[in-house]
Design a protein around this ligand. Sequence first.
Ligand SMILES: Cc1cc2nc3c(=O)[nH]c(=O)nc-3n(C[C@H](O)[C@H](O)[C@H](O)COP(=O)(O)O)c2cc1C
Length: 196
Amino acid sequence: MTSERLDTMNDSNGMRVLGIVGSPRRGGNTDILIDEVLAGAEEVGALVEKVFLNEVNMAFCQGCETCQQTGECVQQDDMQMIFHKMSQSHVLVIGSPVYYNGPTGQSKVFIDRWYGAKKGTFAGQSVILVVPFAAANASVASHTVGILNSAVNGSKLKLFETLIVPGVWDSGAVRKHVNILAKGRRAGREAIEKLG
Ligand SMILES: Cc1cc2nc3c(=O)[nH]c(=O)nc-3n(C[C@H](O)[C@H](O)[C@H](O)COP(=O)(O)O)c2cc1C
């Protein structure tokens, strides 16, 4: 799922879906589940792309508040590219595993940077959240989901579905959870169908 693929596919319905992986593990549970959601969206004609937050140049928000005066962040890094991709997308698939009961550092830094997003970045896109974690108890995800939800609501995005995935520790363990994989694929498909 690369930009190249986005550029070369011509049988699309014009819908674009951006997956944003907040785990540092390529091929990990977040990545696998986001891939399922993207595959579902692709099945019904969407163009899909994925960004790995761990692999981009993304600085911490400095709290300088300049963006509140100028409408843009003073820090020139990969967030401008990500904001552009977000603005072009109809559906955002945002995934973070639970780390110490919260989102990963990568995911939190990403959300903090939304404060300085240019006007037009957020245009009511639909959002699918993906939150895997090791504990068996689903309530362990509550802080992570709460933080992601408040960012979604604060930017007037539309929450389409939240995939909460307890009981996965090892990288790739989610492959054994065929029901959740199917749920992810269906969410991707239905998010596009609903917009179509
Ligand atoms: C630093 C760190 C902190 C973690 N904290 C928690 C936690 O508080 N609760 C939990 O259930 N799992 C915790 N986990 C386990 C991960 O959430 C779990 O392995 C998840 O499936 C990782 O997703 P990934 O494969 O996409 O990286 C932690 C893992 C790491 C590396």
